[in-house]
Design a protein around this ligand. Structure first.
Ligand code: NAD
Length: 340
């Protein structure tokens, strides 16, 4: 793992370190310029580029990238982008076992997890496999300076969610709870600075470092109700990933709070707030983040079905919700009410 500013310049050496010489460069439409710069830095090692990564890793997009990979006999994947581009890289690694070098440009944390979500015929399924874990992660703060404020706020909300659920995960240890607490406090300090000055390098550095630690928590411990709800809302109702995390998190915290008072006290303390749920809500909403699932496009009529879907499957959580509990929670999130 490499972290800093200007670290893109280490990519060529990293390709050599993994012993490969035919790199497929992956990106999404917003980062074609960065992908071009990576190609220049790699010189002859870059054999092809694919710039069409899309949210939720549709298998048709993966198939197109796979064709390009084979046509160019690529032997290494290099992804520059957010969770969508890293998801594409993981999907290709799953099919080819090629090593991945990834350069994350959002705060989603996918680069540090062995988790891959893919969408086929509108259905999202998730798998865990060490084959999809990137070999090398290069964090370059410079690439995050241009992440628009609105995306920065909701992506940081996504990172907050990993850290919050790590604090009450059944398998949490000091090795995850300490960085989780530190990440929450760092996000609370740095995010308002980034929102008012997106090119503040110190605040961007603090935010990316916190997102890295939160991503490590996501990869290390089992996530609970919050991640389950967001998976359902994204996978079955097409809601956008980071925005959904940001809207839902305060409501899950409010629901779980009675069962885990100590982690909640720690979260509130890290946020400098009197309650964990209100603290998270105030932090992101004061910086312009959406607050309601209604605004993200969920129909009120879909709330009961989403609640029912979220009761299915096994996941750890401090409280064991019924469909009626989840319907109430989601209704609050749909309205966007501020939790106490
Ligand atoms: P994203 O990758 O879709 O990026 C959001 C938007 O921001 C895109 O339009 C992108 O092009 C743009 N963008 C990204 N970085 C930018 C930058 N530095 N400057 C300007 N624009 C930039 O969004 P995301 O929230 O990072 O990732 C969401 C996806 O990742 C979802 O599919 C989600 O399921 C997945 N994910 C997976 C894991 C995992 O562990 N498997 C973890 C988190 C997210």
């Amino acid at each position: 793992m490499i972290f800093g500013s200007g670290t893109l310049s280490s990519l060529r050496a990293e390709v050599e370190r993994v012993g490969r010489a035919r790199v497929l460069v992956l990106s999404g439409p917003a980062l074609l310029g960065a992908a071009e710069r990576v190609r220049e830095l790699l010189g002859p090692y870059a054999v092809a580029s694919f710039g069409d990564a899309a949210m939720h890793t549709p298998v048709e997009v993966t198939a197109r990238a796979l064709d390009l990979l084979h046509a160019n006999a690529a032997d290494c994947l290099l992804a520059v982008g957010g969770g969508s581009t890293i998801g594409l890289s993981k999907a290709l690694a799953l099919r080819t076992e090629l090593p991945q070098i990834v350069v994350p440009t959002t705060y989603a944390g996918s680069e540090l997890t062995p988790i891959l979500g893919q969408t086929s015929n509108g259905v999202k399924s998730t798998l865990r496999s060490d084959v999809v874990l990137p070999r090398t992660v290069v964090y370059d703060v410079d690439l995050t300076l241009g992440l628009p404020v609105a995306l920065s706020v909701v992506s940081a909300g996504n990172a907050l969610a990993h850290a919050v659920e790590a604090l009450y995960a059944p398998d949490t240890t000091d090795r995850t709870s300490r960085p989780a607490r530190t990440a929450i406090a760092a996000i609370a300090r740095a995010l308002p600075v980034v929102a008012s000055n997106p090119r503040d390098v110190a605040a961007r550095t603090a935010l990316l470092s916190a997102a890295r630690d939160a991503g490590a928590c996501l990869g290390a411990v089992r996530m609970g109700l919050h991640h389950k709800l967001c998976h359902v809302l994204g996978g079955s109702f097409g809601l956008p990933h980071a925005e959904t995390h940001t809207v839902v998190l305060p409501h899950v915290i409010a629901y779980n709070a009675p069962a885990v008072p100590e982690p909640m006290r720690e979260i509130a303390l890290a946020l400098g707030a009197s309650s964990a749920a209100a603290g998270v809500y105030d932090l992101t909403s004061s910086l312009g983040a959406p607050t309601s699932l209604r605004d993200l496009g969920l129909s009120e009529a879909d709330v009961p079905a989403a609640a029912q879907l979220a009761t299915e499957g096994e996941y750890p959580n401090p409280r064991h919700p019924t469909a009626a509990d989840l319907e109430q929670l989601l209704h609050h999130a749909w309205l966007g009410t501020r939790p106490a």
